[in-house]
Design a binder for this molecule. Sequence first.
Ligand SMILES: [Zn+2]
Ligand SMILES: [Zn+2]
Length: 147
Amino acid sequence: MDSRCCTECNRYGDNWYSFCPHCGGEMMERCGECGFFEPINKKFCITQANEASQDLNIFVKQKLEIYDKIFSYIILIGAMAIGIKFFDGNSVNQAASAFNALQYFLILAVPLVIAYCVVCKVRRKKIIEKFKAENPKYLAILEKMGI
Ligand SMILES: [Zn+2]
Ligand SMILES: [Zn+2]
């Protein structure tokens, strides 16, 4: 959201203009919840929303870290195993064995990447629920944000 509709003339102005560049109407007001100046027709307190999403992102990142690690290790070990299998010094045709290695690597990596994405997506939902349970102060704002 980079621009915002003026409540007086319905034309658009930059998000953080205090007054509408077209009609001079007010575009900012003191937020009843945080006390800072925020856009007049905002759907929720922007300061609270920023704070909640920042904390949520840190929380999700920490909880997903373990999956990142497991995924990286499997890829690394798989790549090493394939490397050892195909580059043992006995290969006559280096290009063909490199191509074979690449094929095996893709056979390993593609399903892993898909599995990783599915796991992260499913886990993310559960992690957000956990975050809400542990941070009841953010419940209301997250609901308004549709999270
Ligand atoms: Zn205006
Ligand atoms: Zn606010």
